[in-house]
Design a protein around this ligand. Sequence first.
Ligand code: B12
Length: 187
Amino acid sequence: MKIGLLAMSGIRAHDPKLLALGLTLPGFVERSKTIASLPSLGLLYLAACTPDGHDVRYFEAEADGLEPPDVYDCDLVAISTFSAQVFEAYAIADRLRQAGVLVAMGGLHVSVLPHEAAHHADYVIVGEGENVWPAVVQAAARRDPPRRFRAADFAPVDLRRLPVPRYDLLQSRAYNRFTVQTSRGCP
Ligand code: B12
């Protein structure tokens, strides 16, 4: 399968009432061009945990709310989103599914509101993705009907055994920094 990993890039935090008052936060927006150029560590971990035999690519949806056209070449697209970008992520997921692309969604927001995400994704993942992801890929390869996956039903993630995130997938974009992970809190 062709698997696309789609991160929601750019800063979306905004308050319509403050914007209407003229509080456009130019300094924050300028600074955000730097801080928002971090790649999604979660998706790079998933890439590293993808079973062999699949073609994996990393994409970013910019703050214009549009997805890169190449994601439509994928059989499965995994979207990671926080709450700030979740409605854009759902809109992208809806368009992808309409085009016949399978969509998996995970991350903090989706983990808290999986029933909401289930309206927009074929496969909704609750919790840490690494040990669940191979099962999601298998389900997509079989084109299984929509379902929810819970990390709690799989072996707990052992940080000492995690592979190195697939930073090598980030070739086309000039990132100024990369994140690394030293510990995890309560799953
Ligand atoms: C790094 C970081 C950033 C980076 C993000 C870089 C990026 N491209 O991902 C930057 C600096 C850009 C950023 C910005 C913001 N952030 Co921030 N950030 C973090 C931070 C410190 C670490 C995130 C991380 O990398 N975690 C490690 C990875 C491995 O974990 P993960 O992403 O959760 O992924 C795992 C699972 O969730 C799951 N998973 C995730 N996605 C998917 C998808 C699929 C398909 C599957 C199967 C599984 C899966 O599997 C992964 C591996 O286990 C967290 C705090 C934290 N400790 O998590 C806050 C945090 C995520 N940020 C937060 C916030 C509020 C923001 C901002 C809105 C702040 C602001 N006011 O502007 C902005 C929003 C930016 C935007 N695009 O809109 C909140 C989010 C709260 C929420 N409910 O959404 C957090 C939790 C901090 C907090 N407690 O307030 N942030």
